[in-house]
Design a protein around this ligand. Structure first.
Ligand code: NDP
Length: 602
């Protein structure tokens, strides 16, 4: 193996050892339990700052074909697909004040999509919308979600600022009875949970969070009335403020440069650094846009997913940081020791280049050292940004590295790390979202299926699904979530495929006079077998990673093992769904016909 050189580069052996040390430093026995939900003592953190208080409306009592929970892209695309298939009698229930999901909530300055807009923003060919930049900013994507809502006439279906209270399967009626926090009573044949992937904000369980006397909020509940400015305009009110931000994941990487612009002092509290590659954003080339042939977007989406899941396409259409970092899947099971060595070397080379980038940009050697990511490229979401690292050269920006331990305590005056108190006026939590917690916890309600059995009860040992979509004992309930379903760099690719599948299922049941559909327990176990077999190789790689939401904070229980995603290529997951639909027999499900004509398949 190579030895380290005088120019700060390291060898694979050194890196392997450093990865181990950094990982062990961060392992916490409490795993996911180290975080707090935004409820109870922390409920104030969950208040929607983007709506006027005091909203009220008449409760609705109605029968409908489908209730869709969620007005983000998953819910919207399900609704759009339903509309296209002639199912127009549905309701969309959404906690927020508008469509947009993650783009409704995340308005923090600097927020943008790190996946190219031409592959991320859905249905561009149908709406004719041209994104203004290669990487679109949050306000543009939010506005586009609203445009989709208008274009496909979804607004009349929406119940905003409304949350599900209860959802219960009524066996004699063969319908879901759904009640909401606005007093609505909806009786629906189908129930679609498209409640979000990274929507449920979490707070670190740092002692004293509620003691802080200054202003504090999570990045997904940005208080512009305090900071001044807007998603696009400088936060003028921060010019005389000491600001702290906890977390250095993808969100902080985007927010820090904007905070650094105006904050009097900015303290960035870091537990684990992100690897940050080149962004290279720019305006859309109108000539190129006009030259695109019909069908270009589906091809581009597919090409991108192929490029980032380890089977490099002949032509890399997107050709950006993602495709250059992720084109080789280095966590796959090697076929020989030689291949294992080659994969490790390739992964190392990619991460080492990202570490070297830090040295090239950061002036202070200690700060540079602290900003280097010591883990493999599949361990945490790699970030791409051109202003994040340079921010740390500014005199008002201070990196407070916690040596993997995290912030110790929060006091009335500020934040304590290693016995030092940093006094602050504003404390921002860029502490992320729940991803691998139980689905009912993330949905915020616990659906009750046949015989009143709650999802949390039937899934007490983890998820049971067919394709992550259908579950036994929960007739006519379709889930869109990562649990036992696909996953990919471009979330919209996954959501589009799930939404398409869900809408197809509903429309097809309607066409075939099917009264109920649910997975069989046997098919659920078979699907679990598929998930496990695909995950087999990844486990070994994942065990070398620092903790994070990709690996349930390195806290593996049997339950967490069942709640896994399909870790293979999203293209393969999508192909499963497509083959299943093409087969047309509803394999692995139990269905009953309208008018009691009996079971179709089991
Ligand atoms: P993450 O979960 O990625 O980051 C949370 C951060 O908080 C981590 O740096 C974490 O450190 C830190 N943290 C947690 N607890 C403590 C503590 N006690 N003390 C100090 N630090 C702590 O959340 P993000 O919101 O950054 O990103 C979540 C995901 O959202 C991304 O991975 C991405 O999928 C998505 N996203 C997508 C964007 C896009 O452009 N498409 C943009 C932004 C987000 P540690 O790593 O040690 O746990």
């Amino acid at each position: 193996m190579t030895s380290s050189t005088a120019d700060n580069s390291s060898s694979i052996d050194e890196a392997r050892e450093r990865y181990r040390i950094e990982r062990e430093k961060r392992l916490r026995p409490e795993g996911m339990a180290q975080f707090n939900e935004l409820k109870g003592d922390y409920a104030d953190f969950d208040i929607d700052p983007y709506v006027e208080p005091g909203f009220a409306r008449e409760a609705i009592v109605e029968e409908t074909d489908a209730v869709i929970v969620g007005g983000g892209f998953a819910g919207m695309l399900t609704a759009i697909n339903l509309t296209k298939q002639g199912v127009r009698n549905f309701r969309m229930v959404e906690k927020a004040g508008d469509f947009g999901g993650t783009w409704y909530w995340n308005r923090y300055p600097g927020c943008m999509c790190d996946v190219e807009s031409y592959t991320y923003m859905p249905m561009l060919e149908e709406t004719g919308y041209m994104p203004t930049e290669k990487y679109a900013s949050a306000p543009e994507i939010f506005a586009y979600a609203q445009q989709l809502g208008r274009h496909f006439d979804l607004y009349p279906h929406a119940l905003f600022q409304t949350e599900i209270d209860t959802a219960e399967w009524d066996e004699p009626a063969g319908r879901w009875l759904v009640t909401t926090t606005r007093g609505d009573k909806l009786s629906s044949k189908f129930f679609v949970t498209a409640g979000g992937i990274l929507h449920k904000a979490k707070l670190p369980g740092i002692p004293g969070i509620n003691d802080f006397a200054g202003r504090a909020f999570h990045t997904s509940r940005w208080d512009f009335s305090y900071t001044g400015g807007s998603s696009r305009e400088p936060m003028e009110n921060l010019r005389n403020k000491r600001v702290g931000i906890i977390g250095t994941g993808a969100t902080a990487v985007q927010a820090v440069p904007r905070l650094a612009e105006t904050a009097q002092e900015l303290f960035v509290f870091q537990r684990t650094p992100s690897a940050v590659g080149v962004r290279n954003n720019g305006p859309t080339d109108v000539d190129w846009w006009n030259s695109l042939e019909p069908g270009w977007q589906a091809e581009r989406i597919r090409n991108f997913t192929q490029a980032v899941t380890g089977t490099k396409p002949d032509r890399d259409l997107v050709d950006d940081g993602w495709t250059s970092v992720m084109w080789e899947n280095t966590q796959r099971v090697p076929e020989s020791p030689t291949e294992a060595e080659r994969l490790e070397a390739a992964d190392f080379a990619t991460m080492e280049a990202l570490r070297q980038r830090v040295d090239q940009i950061i002036d202070d050697p200690q700060t540079a050292d602290n900003l280097k990511a010591w883990y493999g490229k599949h361990c945490k979401r790699v970030c791409f940004h051109d202003e994040y690292l340079p921010s740390f050269n500014a005199a008002n920006v201070h990196l407070v590295d916690t040596n993997g331990q995290g912030v110790e305590q929060i006091t009335a005056a500020g934040v304590v790390v290693d016995g030092v108190e940093y006094e602050l006026d504003l404390l921002i939590f860029a502490s992320g979202f729940e991803v691998t917690t139980d689905l009912d916890q993330r949905l915020g309600f616990d659906p009750r299926g046949r015989n009143g059995v709650a999802l949390s009860e039937r899934w007490h040992d983890g998820a049971h699904t067919l394709h992550g979509v259908l579950s036994a004992e929960f007739p006519n309930m379709m889930m869109i979530s990562l649990v036992q379903a696909g996953f990919g760099t471009n979330f919209l690719h996954f959501l589009s495929k799930s939404a398409e599948h869900t809408a197809w299922l509903i429309a097809e049941c309607q066409k075939r006079d099917i009264a109920t559909i649910e997975a069989t327990p046997e098919a659920e176990e078979e699907w679990l077998g598929v998930l496990y077999s695909v995950a087999a190789g990844v486990g070994e790689y994942s065990a070398t990673c620092t903790p994070g939401y990709y690996n349930s904070e390195q806290n593996y229980s049997d339950k967490a093992a069942r709640n896994l995603v399909y870790v293979g290529s999203l293209l393969d997951y999508a192909a499963y769904l497509e083959r299943w639909r093409d087969d047309g027999t509803f394999a692995g499900t139990r269905t009953t016909k309208i008018k009691g004509s009996g079971t179709l398949s089991a």
